[in-house]
Design a protein around this ligand. Structure first.
Ligand SMILES: [Mg+2]
Ligand SMILES: [Zn+2]
Length: 199
């Protein structure tokens, strides 16, 4: 079974206006066709794991309980449409905390790989930020950028940064760029054959 790692904000749900933090469920809004994309991935035998930076916790903007509530409601809504999320990993830390989990660090991907027995070279990461793409590249996954959320900015970053060291230490860019999650999953399902989910 192949694994798709999904960033959350800007990929599954819209980035909200107030500094980009979803503090409660009423601020969570699915991007059009995101649930359909997840359903089609599930139907085609992909395992889906969410990896999300949530520094708003350490910033004191919302609690771990609120985040757990948001994620349980998000998964419930996805389940209603026939999609499945195997796990949600989040980094609660402030960028200054120097943790190993906040993307572009690979901690969440490594932990997920360990706990779910994932071969990272066989996995995909879909994100809207440069830091998502960097985390995926450092962990050895294939990487796809979407243009929802911060994706337009990230796209400009890549096209303007031809000789910029920040593109990442190897000058890597995302393997592909898609308009949104649904377009990405359509491409994946059409072009990347995977074994069906076992009964
Ligand atoms: Mg994002
Ligand atoms: Zn962290």
């Amino acid at each position: 079974m192949r694994t798709v790692f999904l960033d959350r904000d800007g990929v599954i749900n819209r980035s909200p206006p107030n500094m980009g933090y979803v503090r409660k469920w009423s601020e969570f809004s699915f991007i059009p066709n995101a649930k359909k994309a997840i359903r089609e991935l599930t139907e085609n035998g992909y395992r889906i794991i969410v990896v999300t930076n949530q520094s708003g916790i350490q910033r004191g903007l919302y609690s771990e309980e609120s985040l757990a509530d948001i994620h349980s409601r998000m998964v419930t809504e996805i389940n209603k449409t026939g999609g499945a999320i195997d796990a949600v990993y989040y980094c609660p830390h402030h960028p200054d905390a120097g943790c190993e989990c906040r993307k572009p660090k690979t901690g969440m991907l490594m932990r997920a790989a360990d706990e779910h027995n994932i071969e990272l070279s066989n996995a995909y990461l879909i994100g809207d930020s440069v830091t998502d793409i960097q985390a995926g590249q450092r962990a050895g996954t294939r990487t796809f950028l979407v243009l929802t959320g911060l994706g337009q900015e990230s796209y400009h970053y890549y096209i303007n940064a031809k000789s910029d060291w920040r593109v990442d230490e190897n000058g890597h860019r995302p393997e592909k760029i898609f308009t949104n999650l649904y377009a990405t999953t359509r491409w994946l399902i059409k072009n990347e054959r995977t074994k069906s989910r076992s009964p």
